[in-house]
Write a protein that binds this ligand. Structure first.
Ligand code: ZN
Length: 283
């Protein structure tokens, strides 16, 4: 069933688990992720970055994810990840996304508030939840902001004011994670997370979670995280399965054949995260 992230995340918050938000790149990703959700009886969020939206279009992803959701008996949401601007968010809502993120983390505090508020003003009256971001997630997701050399952590005082003024439905926080592939050992600042959580009542979101050890993610969930984003690991899984087939059968010219093990590998990654996030059997 196709739903918004609102109820999904509030239920997760009450139940002290998190819902996985998995970045999908094409039809095969959509099919593999929904298969995992079905087999684990888990709610699931599929989401697309600006680069992926440019690659296909909002309409393609709405059609594919709605089709997957309608054939599934678990809750499925389609979320705009790192919405880059007011226009893009409105386009996504109009196209049929059931949740949007407006990413103002790269602009100063007051500008981030103004930008986020511009989206909540149109989305909340039609019950579309809005994720915002305060603080910085390092690294580079697509062409998202890269931040080197400035404090990446979300300030709890600022977070409280930000949420009160923007009325955002959930908040992505900077607590030490980075997008893409980790160079060093991933480390979530649990103390910062706890401090933010103690000041807010809305669900918190963790970005850049590919490669973060499961025990750190589980601890972050205990400290208030309700949505956990995974992108890089799914890309790696798909290509590993795909290329594995092509190595064994270099003359293969049927794209469905290498895609099958690619989908199997995505499904395995997603299922294992659902167990760790605690969303298994919560559909
Ligand atoms: Zn992100």
């Amino acid at each position: 069933m196709f739903v918004t992230t609102k109820e999904m995340l509030l239920r997760a918050q009450e139940g002290h688990y998190a819902v996985g938000a998995f970045n999908v790149e094409n039809l095969e990703f959509v099919m593999a992720v929904v298969r995992a959700a079905q087999s684990k009886r888990s709610p699931v969020i599929m989401q697309t970055t600006p680069g992926t939206v440019r690659y296909a279009s909002l309409d393609y992803f709405v059609a594919m994810v709605r089709c997957a959701a309608e054939s599934a008996d678990v809750p499925v949401a389609l979320h705009l990840d790192h919405g880059n601007g007011f226009d893009r968010c409105v386009q996504a809502i109009r196209a049929g996304y059931s949740s949007v993120m407006i990413d103002g983390s790269h602009v100063p505090f007051e500008d981030n508030i103004a930008l986020t508020e511009s989206v909540t003003k149109v989305a909340l009256p039609i019950n579309l939840p809005v994720e915002a971001e305060l603080g910085k997630v390092g690294g580079k997701e697509d062409d998202g902001p890269a931040v080197e050399g400035e404090s990446p952590y979300t300030d709890p005082d600022e977070a409280e004011e930000f949420v009160a003024r923007t009325q955002c439905s959930s908040l992505a926080v900077g607590v030490g994670t980075v997008h893409g592939i980790y160079k060093g050992t991933p480390h979530i600042e649990q103390g910062v997370l706890k401090a933010i959580c103690s000041r807010l009542s809305i669900p918190l979101v963790l970005h850049g979670t590919s490669g973060v050890p499961d025990d750190q993610v589980a601890e972050a969930i205990a400290n208030g995280i309700c949505k956990v984003n995974y992108a890089t690991e799914l890309r790696q899984a798909f290509m590993h399965g795909f290329m594995g087939h092509m190595e064994k059968d270099p003359a293969c010219f049927d794209p469905k054949k290498p895609a099958a093990p690619g989908m199997d590998e995505i499904q395995a990654v997603v299922e294992s995260h659902m167990d760790n996030l605690g969303s298994t059997n919560k559909a």
